[in-house]
Write a protein that binds this ligand. Structure first.
Ligand SMILES: Nc1ncnc2c1ncn2[C@@H]1O[C@H](COP(=O)(O)OP(=O)(O)O)[C@@H](O)[C@H]1O
Ligand SMILES: [Mg+2]
Length: 252
């Protein structure tokens, strides 16, 4: 199972979801690989010592002779979790791959040789619908869409769903939407209940029952380079991401 966490909006909880969902799956004993495709590299930094990373997904995507095995590292402190790190260089990959005939298939080819070594591969993606996100959607079996509980929650969703449809038509007919997950939810406000209804109208039963509420612990955990399960194991965020992982497993 290869799961892309995608939404071209920034700040909607993609990285937070990628980090904590990966950690939850690994804690269940599933061999999990987190591939960081966001140039900001926050997923990588949560689990790896940055100074020990000479090469990244950038090198592997640009240089056909490089193997992803050379960059995969075991996550510090999380058994069963491995990470393929990103780097800021990924921000310039668009121009590098421009005009290459296989530019949308690079990631698919890169992970092909290692798929059997993992039960779960999770892809964190950048906040654009550019070449990296397209590579992620072409390489994935499933996509998860984090949606921030806010007044403009659904803005841009049309473009995302259209891109997913286009990719299904040609490059990756197997691609399925696993579900949408509401993030940064605030249970207390009436507005957020309205927003949840709105999102449910678009996604129907694809909307995960688990919602990730806004919490200080979730906001703080990346700064301490930890998943929520080691940083604040009794917090609402730990509970919710664990529940989300159970729902994910029940859908595959
Ligand atoms: N449930 C949450 N509660 C509080 N802060 C959160 C929550 N989820 C994410 N954040 C914070 O919001 C910001 C954006 O989240 P992030 O996961 O980086 O989004 P994206 O990857 O989509 O840009 C980060 O500072 C993150 O720590
Ligand atoms: Mg991110």
């Amino acid at each position: 199972m290869i799961l892309a966490i995608t939404n071209q909006k920034g700040g909607v909880g993609k990285t937070t979801t990628a980090i904590n969902l990966s950690a939850a799956l690994a804690s269940k004993g599933l061999r999990t690989l987190l591939i960081d495709l966001d140039p900001q590299a926050n997923s990588s930094m949560s689990f790896l010592d940055k100074h020990a990373l000479p090469r990244s997904m950038y090198d592997v995507l640009v240089d056909r002779s490089a193997s992803i095995r050379e960059i995969i590292r075991p996550a510090e402190k999380v058994p069963n979790l491995s990470v393929a790190p990103s780097s800021i260089a990924l921000a310039k990959i668009e121009s590098k791959l421009l005009g290459e005939i296989d530019s949308h298939y690079r990631l698919k080819d890169v992970i092909e040789p290692i798929i059997q070594e993992f039960d779960f591969i999770v892809l964190d993606t950048p906040p654009t619908l550019g070449i990296i996100t397209v590579n992620a959607l072409v390489a994935s079996t499933h996509v998860m869409i984090p949606i921030q509980s806010s007044y403009f929650a659904l803005e841009g969703t049309d473009d995302l769903l259209e891109t997913i449809d286009k990719i299904k038509q040609r490059a990756n007919p197997q691609l399925q939407i696993l579900g949408a997950v509401i993030t940064l939810h605030d249970k207390r406000t009436l507005l957020s209940r309205d927003i949840v209804d709105q999102i449910r109208r678009v996604f129907g039963d694809k909307l995960f029952e688990t919602m990730i509420t806004k919490s200080v612990r979730l906001e703080e955990s990346p700064a301490y380079k930890e998943s929520i399960f080691t940083f604040a194991p009794r917090s609402s965020g730990a509970y919710e991401y664990y529940k989300l992982s159970e729902e994910v497993l029940s859908r595959v």
